[in-house]
Write a protein that binds this ligand. Structure first.
Ligand SMILES: *[C@@H]1O[C@H](CO)[C@@H](O)[C@H](O)[C@H]1NC(C)=O
Ligand SMILES: *[C@@H]1O[C@H](CO)[C@@H](O)[C@H](O)[C@H]1NC(C)=O
Ligand SMILES: *[C@@H]1O[C@H](CO)[C@@H](O)[C@H](O)[C@H]1NC(C)=O
Ligand SMILES: *[C@@H]1O[C@H](CO)[C@@H](O)[C@H](O)[C@H]1NC(C)=O
Ligand SMILES: *[C@@H]1O[C@H](CO)[C@@H](O)[C@H](O)[C@H]1NC(C)=O
Ligand SMILES: *[C@@H]1O[C@H](CO)[C@@H](O)[C@H](O)[C@H]1NC(C)=O
Length: 557
């Protein structure tokens, strides 16, 4: 793969004019107009590209010859295999290309538009899918595709429905609008595949409740940026919005009030999973234990450890009580349900930030520690708990992801445990996790909930990170499956979560999809500006991140 990238870049410069040849001519210094203070206004204004895909494909050549596409005549078709996912995508992408929420007026003006006459029309896109559709996306899904748009037509070739979806997204992004309102596409040839197979967004729905339409809109935005995992951090200390079939008290007592308005029904969860599936996005649910589980205790008596002070229980509770058999009876029943509700092979089991203070205060735990021969090493107690939980998950034939502390605390985990790195010092951590032979995903540099200073063009910092930049062998680096941008919800809800995630997460999307050497912020900026405008046109409230500028269609509620 590495070699072919190099070849493509050479081809691109020898045979074709390269698409991404944006340099000084598109960055305009505005310092003369606005001297500004503290250098604020001396930053360049980024000028949007026209028809440049985001994330950048692995191999792409384009020569600037345009074909016209028209709403009334353009058709998607397929040869060999099709399925509901492909048919639905055809409908979606026809709308996205011709009826972005912002440009529905276009058809009225098309009658008055003067035809350029010289341009040939592209009548449609043929999708050649040479294998039957798979039912569910997964870690092993093949998302590669190739796309040719030229005088003889447009063809998207792939062996998997997931590749077809990624290719359709790219195709829709190649179409752009000229200044006289015509939709055109440049002749282009693309061969594309993701650099990493795990490209996720974490959304926390416990610190604030996020309504279903907002979650669905976020799934749309994820598809526009080729993400394939929705990590749903569904419950936490603050609230329990998951409506359990087996334990209905958990949301009625654990969700924000009124609970019916602040929890997800089984029907809504199924809708979210299906919406993701239609877009090639896995839904990986996280039920974090033994810490971060205060809201579970509101309904499940004896589940949490009672904390002691002055020799008696003080009415507060700590992590899940690892010494009781009833704990594991509950977990068996609970996770059996979770595995049946969420079809993805993986469940995220959390395991982060387990405080040992409460366990230390509890005399029963102290006795249990002695019986078990744990001494005063409470990480052995944590290990005991996680070990039993993993056994349960194995019985249920589920895969599991855990936060890095489980590894750091030397909990005995199975070799196939996926370790999620989130703390500072992540380069060392990636080194030791992969040295131990574990697969891993990275989030540390991508906590988008931290509000940054837009004047510093923070998107560039997210963009510059490379998940394989740590010391280790190639074999170790291959254990990095990808990463996740995280949106913890202490200070976000439906009012601001979309604009805080987008288009910034897109920089993570490109890092995880595009070739390792696609790192130049100077050429990325103009494409990111176009990608933002594209999302705005599609109704996503994506905020400006590259400085002063404009879109063809501005956001309007
Ligand atoms: C498409 O072609 C037009 C006209 O030649 C050119 O201005 C534009 O930069 C091209 N876009 C891409 C992404 O190559
Ligand atoms: C662009 O490439 C296509 C073939 O892919 C060719 O038909 C067309 O003439 C080329 N246009 C220019 C301006 O070179
Ligand atoms: C034009 O596209 C077709 C697929 O439609 C492809 O087979 C062919 O190689 C392309 N031609 C050029 C000159 O790129
Ligand atoms: C993915 O599919 C492509 C064809 O679209 C194929 O060439 C490639 O080998 C497949 N990759 C894997 C890992 O199976
Ligand atoms: C808990 O289960 C173990 C083995 O399953 C058993 O030996 C033990 O007696 C049980 N403890 C209690 C308090 O029931
Ligand atoms: C890799 O990380 C080192 C140390 O943090 C940093 O100096 C270097 O610029 C990084 N290189 C790349 C290619 O990201």
């Amino acid at each position: 793969m590495r070699n072919s990238v190099v070849i493509a870049i050479l081809l691109c410069s020898v045979v074709f004019d390269c698409v991404v040849a944006v340099g000084d001519d598109v960055t305009r210094q505005v310092s003369e107009d606005f001297p500004g203070e503290n250098g604020r206004f001396t930053r360049p204004t980024v000028v949007r590209t026209s028809g440049s895909p985001w994330p950048l494909p692995q191999q792409m050549a384009s020569n600037g010859s345009q074909l016209v596409v028209r709403s009334l005549t353009f058709e998607f078709s397929y040869s060999m295999y099709s399925c509901d996912i492909l048919q639905n995508a055809f409908q979606r992408y026809h709308k996205l290309i011709f009826d972005g929420k912002a440009d529905t007026k276009l058809r009225f003006s098309s009658a008055r538009r003067k035809e350029s006459g010289t341009s040939k029309e592209l009548g449609g896109l043929l999708v050649k899918l040479d294998q039957p559709c798979e039912d569910l996306p997964g870690l092993e899904s093949n998302e590669s595709y190739s796309l040719d748009v030229n005088n003889s037509g447009a063809v998207l070739s792939t062996s998997s429905i997931w590749g077809a979806l990624r290719g359709l997204e790219t195709f829709s992004q190649l179409v752009y609008e000229t200044e006289d309102g015509q939709k055109v596409i440049n002749m282009t040839s693309i061969t594309d595949w993701p650099r990493f197979q795990y490209r996720g967004i974490l959304l926390d729905t416990s610190r604030h409740f996020i309504t279903v339409p907002v979650i669905l809109q976020n799934l749309d935005a994820m598809a526009y940026n080729k993400f394939n995992v929705f990590h749903w951090h569904i419950v936490d200390d603050q609230s329990f919005p998951y409506q359990s079939r087996a334990f209905p008290d958990m949301h009625t007592k654990g969700a924000f009030k009124p609970a019916y308005r602040h929890s997800y029904t089984q029907g809504e969860i199924a809708l979210i999973i299906e919406y993701g599936r239609q877009r090639g996005i896995r839904v990986v649910a996280e039920f974090d234990t033994p810490g971060h589980s205060q809201s579970w205790g509101l309904s499940q008596e004896d589940l949490l450890t009672p904390c002691y002070s002055g020799g008696k229980p003080d009415g507060t509770f700590g992590p899940i009580n690892p010494m009781l058999n009833s704990t594991y009876d509950f977990l068996k029943k609970f996770f059996a349900e979770i595995v049946s509700v969420f079809p993805d092979h993986y469940v995220h089991l959390g395991g982060d930030e387990v405080s040992f203070n409460c366990w230390k205060s509890n005399p029963d735990i102290t006795v249990f520690m002695q019986q078990m021969g744990f001494g005063d090493d409470y990480s052995k107690l944590e290990s005991y708990y996680i070990g039993k939980l993993l056994e349960i998950m194995q019985t249920l034939k589920a895969g599991y992801i855990v936060w890095q502390e489980v590894f750091d605390n030397k909990v005995q985990v199975e070799p196939d445990t996926l370790i999620h790195v989130w703390k500072g010092g992540y380069q060392d951590e990636l080194g030791s996790v992969t040295k131990a032979g574990h697969q891993t995903i990275l989030s540390s540099p991508w906590y988008l909930n931290y509000v940054k200073d837009p004047y510093n063009q923070d998107w560039q910092n997210y963009y510059k990170v490379d998940p394989q930049n740590f010391s280790g062998t190639q074999q170790q680096k291959d254990l990095v499956l990808g990463g996740e941008a995280c949106m913890w919800a202490e200070y976000v809800d439906g009012t601001n979560v979309i604009e805080r995630l987008w288009p910034l997460s897109g920089t993570v999307g490109e890092r995880l999809w595009s070739a390792a050497d696609v790192t130049d912020v100077k050429t990325a900026g103009p494409r990111l500006a176009e990608q933002r405008c594209r999302m705005v046109r599609r109704g996503i409230q994506a905020e400006p991140v590259t400085g002063p500028g404009y879109c063809l269609y501005e956001y309007s509620p």
